[in-house]
Every structure is written in C-alpha cells, then in structure tokens.
Design a binder for this molecule. Sequence first.
Ligand code: ZN
Length: 175
Amino acid sequence: MYWADGNLQVMVDGAEKFHGHLCEGLVLGVRMALAALRELGIEDSKGPAGKDLVIFVETDRCPVDGIIAVTGRTPGKRSIKMMDYGKPAATFIETRSSNCVRVSARADFNEKVGSFAKSCFPRMEGKPAKVAAMAMVPENDLLRLQRVGVELCARDLPGKSHRIHKLQRWAMKSR
Ligand SMILES: [Zn+2]
C-alpha cells in the first residue's frame, strides 16, 4: 500500500513487523506517537533525546505497540506505563523539561475515518480501506492534543534496581 507520507509509511511498516499484523489500532498508535513527538520537539526518541520520555498509555491494545515501535520506549525500560482505562489515549512526558501532551482519539474518530474511507477509497472495502483511511485522514479529524501538567513521583521514573541485602533479592531503588 502506498501512502503520501513516506515517513508515516516507514513507521507503520516497522510497527507492523513488531506487532505481527497491520490494523487500524496500530496505525492509530503510530499517529498518536508521531503527533506527540512533534509537539514535544523530539526528533529521534530512539536516540539520547528519548531517554527523558515517559509515556502513560490508557489502553492495553494495538495502539500501544504502535507507540512502542515509533518511540522505542518500552515497559521493560520503565518508560511506558500501562494504565488500562480502555481509552485510545496516551500522555507523553518529557521529564527534563516537564513538557507533557496527552494525545487521544477524538470521540467521533470512527465516523470520520469511515467517511474518509468511503470518499477516498470507494473501491476498497473492509480492513484495508479502514487502515488506509486511518493513515491518511487529517490529524484534526483523528486526534485531540491537550497540553497537560503531570507530576511524576520518583517511583514513576526509569531507574536502577539494587540488591536488598537482608532479603537477598532485587528491587527498584524507589521501592
Ligand atoms: Zn492489532
């Protein structure tokens, strides 16, 4: 499939390899992450600039893998926090500057994506049409971006574990 935005295409291709299939939710996550990085002024979150990025995701579904694939942040690095509220939304926090943006799918995004698919891809049907529409629908019809304030406590930050000698086990320093 060819999309006009080559960068998005590359990101979605990489996300598909990571996620194991191509779906609307994955493309939504990729677009959420790209919008957040742009808003926070982070060009390459997989490089040094990304080390200060912490993301709270409000779903445990396909968009999460799109966000991980684009940002390089992972639960294992303690830089993705899974808060399953069942919402297609995530808050991206640049911890050094405390810049935060919450990116969520608009309440009517399904209708917008559906009508975009009908008008732009009348000969396509089903999932391929929805995936293409999700990739190409204007950002204003898909996402809501809100500047928010988030206070992180020490236990939310990525950090090192240390050995608790008496108990002979490892724990995060902040625990
Ligand atoms: Zn999926």
